[in-house]
Design a binder for this molecule. Structure first.
Ligand code: GLV
Length: 339
């Protein structure tokens, strides 16, 4: 792996973007001083826009890059790596999920990939549990009612939801975010079931008084199923029609991981058939598109992929991505390599 060997950063020549030397391309706007810190050491091309660049623009921007800092929505595939050139050393994804990066092709070409684990665990778990409360207590529906001016106020039977206390949450993918969501659920009096590809640490299982169960049992026994698996070929449509059919009719599905883990067409069909009671989604199969049939439903809460969207968290993510670039371009090990 080409981790060592910087080009000559000691040159005093400057370009409009900063000192000469390795070229860093930042594909989207970052909070905090991550870009300034990169600029202090390297030539930086900063696309200072909070949007996803069209594919043709990405191909143009990455040309000659030694490091790419990639905000979510940007894909890094063979075409992008070709456009960047053989000098590319690192792709620093500003996200914990890295399904937008073709890691295998990066590896083949000796390009290191990094992500931002850890720093977004609490923010994302907060949002996952917020979605649990939103769907079970019908909060979005209630808020819409007040906002529309159509509310009659308090009513004994008005907007009745279901309590989470004493119910079971099934954590699909008990990694850091899944376990942090489970801790929040415990604090709300929920029982915890865990299921995933890799076994959680027994100390975590004990602390949560959780049970590790097979996928099918988690589906059948949970009152809320919360999805936290990364998107991989093995988890694509993991929650499909047959998985949804195993869930309790009174159960809710929450997804703060990646949209394609859930088959949205099957989800709409399950909601229409009453196979499950509702869903809270922060992620979608084809973002920002929302599958027909979801927007119209009151038993569905829809958020625009804001799991890690706090200023503290996003700043920490940008800092970690920048630190990975600075380390690798200095010939040091990356802080948070993937794979
Ligand atoms: C956000 O979705 C992330 O993966 O960080």
């Amino acid at each position: 792996m080409r981790l060592v060997g910087t080009s000559d950063a000691s040159t005093t020549a400057r370009t409009a973007d900063g000192p000469a030397g390795p070229r860093v391309v930042v594909l989207g706007r970052l909070p905090g001083d991550a870009v300034e810190r990169l600029r202090a050491r390297h030539t930086v091309h900063y696309r200072d826009e909070d949007s996803t660049a069209p594919a043709e623009e990405v191909l143009r921007l990455v040309s000659g890059a030694d490091a790419l800092v990639v905000t979510l929505g940007h894909r890094v595939d063979a075409a992008v790596l070709d456009a960047a050139g053989p000098q590319l050393r690192i792709v620093a994804n500003v996200a914990v999920g890295y399904d937008n990066v073709d890691v295998a092709t990066c590896r083949e070409r000796g390009v290191l990939v990094t992500n931002t684990p850890g720093v977004l665990t609490d923010a994302t778990a907060d949002l996952a549990f917020a979605l649990v409360l939103m769907v079970t207590r019908r909060l979005a529906e209630a808020e819409r009612e007040v906002r529309s001016g159509q509310t009659a106020g308090w009513g004994m039977f008005h907007l009745l939801g279901t309590s989470v206390q004493g119910k079971a949450i099934g954590i699909l993918g008990p990694g850091a975010i899944g376990l942090a969501t489970a801790r929040r659920a415990r604090a709300f009096g929920m029982d915890v079931l865990l299921s995933g590809r890799s076994a959680p640490d027994p100390a975590d299982v004990r602390a949560l008084q959780a049970r590790v169960v097979p996928f099918e049992e988690l589906l059948a026994s949970s009152d809320v199923v919360s999805v936290h698996t990364p998107l991989t070929p093995a988890t694509l449509h993991l929650v499909d029609a047959s998985a949804l059919a195993r869930m309790k009719p009174a159960a809710y599905l929450v997804n703060t991981a990646r949209g394609p883990v859930v088959d949205e067409a099957a989800l709409v069909a399950a909601l229409e058939a009453g196979t499950i009671a509702g869903a809270g989604l922060d992620v979608f199969e084809d973002e920002p598109r929302v599958h027909p049939g979801l927007r119209e439903r009151d038993d569905v809460v829809l958020l625009p992929h804001i799991g890690s969207a706090t200023i503290e968290t996003r700043t920490a993510m940008a800092d970690l991505a920048a630190d990975n670039v600075l380390a690798v371009l200095a010939g040091d090990d990356a802080l948070t390599p993937v794979g």
